[in-house]
Design a protein around this ligand. Sequence first.
Ligand SMILES: [Zn+2]
Ligand SMILES: [Zn+2]
Length: 103
Amino acid sequence: MGHLKFMIKTCQRCVKRGYQVPEFTLEEKKTLLELKVNQKFMQVIQEIRTLYDVEMIDAKFSLMHINEVYGKCNRCNVDYLKEEYVECPKCKSLNFNWNIKNK
Ligand SMILES: [Zn+2]
Ligand SMILES: [Zn+2]
């Protein structure tokens, strides 16, 4: 049984449509980030779809936009991102800039 809370997010660098992004809990963020850092991409997608009732394409959108390093854009060399779901000022890529270590 999945949770039902979603945000709609868009990335200017990807297709300009909205995707469903679940409102992940801190624990879920930790798990997903660790999987991504370890390059277990299919597991990230599986985990998201187990927890939340989203389509494959939405889970993949989340996977692609999670920052591996807090503050560092997932696409370019910008390393001063502060907000949580933020568009990079340089490359316009959306970043799931989860601040996990300070919480
Ligand atoms: Zn994107
Ligand atoms: Zn960038």
